[in-house]
Design a protein around this ligand. Sequence first.
Ligand code: SAM
Ligand code: SF4
Length: 330
Amino acid sequence: MTHALEDRFGRVATDLRVSLTDRCNLRCSYCMPAEGLDWMPTEQTLTDDEVVRLVTIGVQRLGVTEVRFTGGEPLLRRGLPDIVRRTHELGGVETSLTTNALGLARTASTLAAAGLDRVNVSLDTVRADTFATITRRERLHDVIAGLEAARDAGLGPVKINAVLLRGVNDDQAGELLRWCITEGYHLRFIEQMPLDAQHGWSRTEMVTADEILEHLERDFELSPAEEPRGSAPAELFRVDGGPATVGVIASVTRPFCGDCDRVRLTADGQVRNCLFARSESDLRTALRGGADDEEIAARWVVAMQGKLAGHGIDDPSFLQPTRPMSAIGG
Ligand code: SAM
Ligand code: SF4
């Protein structure tokens, strides 16, 4: 029997973000502290078979049509190609990966052969010194090699996600866009969100969508792209008349919660109906307790009922979720 992951406001989730690990080999300053975090214990992390079982329930019973693997850093998960292959074999589902691209140079062709459709790569600068400042690792060359391998393997259109930080890389927006256009990557800037483990986010310090556009307009002529946005979080602009575009994901200052079609599954098997949710629904315990697919699907449907109308970041009562972004899956 098929149900829809519909919430009380009539939004239907069809886009499933699956976090495969909370671990990472970078330490982006807007995401986690230099020393890393207390990683999730292995026994709490879903096995590859458990991940595939939940994804299968999502696709076959709950109307999920898109599965994006994320983390933490999903390339650190050894079983990733197999998980991708088994998801792809379900049929009727698009698969993608959000990654920092470390190691992608080695794995892109294997992932493409397993049925991966696309990748989104995080890259905030093309300057090696700024990269090392933001990520606390000197690995820019690996990211660039990973991007090239993804493009060569047909994992496109390759999208790049960038976060601008005041006084660090906000003067490099135009430079990054020019590089992406030359290389054929689709760049989207994401407003920094209050999801870092060290609670360092501040409304006044974050670089807003208006500021991002102001920076870009110093170097380029931007015009709204004509295609309807639908549930896509990025607002798209044509660059110098096109065909190149740039996206701005203004989660904080121009929220798009009303059109949200996403639901998240954490690496330890918790359903989160929103990035900013303050509660979760535990599917792992049901799974390991012997629940059948119908019962798990029913729990998942119930989990959507608590989805709020909006994230409320601007509300004085807003509280950052306990889990940081790296443990939720961006
Ligand atoms: N490690 C992978 C990566 O970096 O692409 C996947 C996980 S990461 C949490 C997913 C996305 O979240 C990345 O594009 C990253 O830039 C973004 N991100 C992390 N912390 C953020 C924050 N506080 N605000 C906005 N975006 C953030
Ligand atoms: Fe790792 Fe991605 Fe967080 Fe950077 S943004 S520390 S790459 S999980």
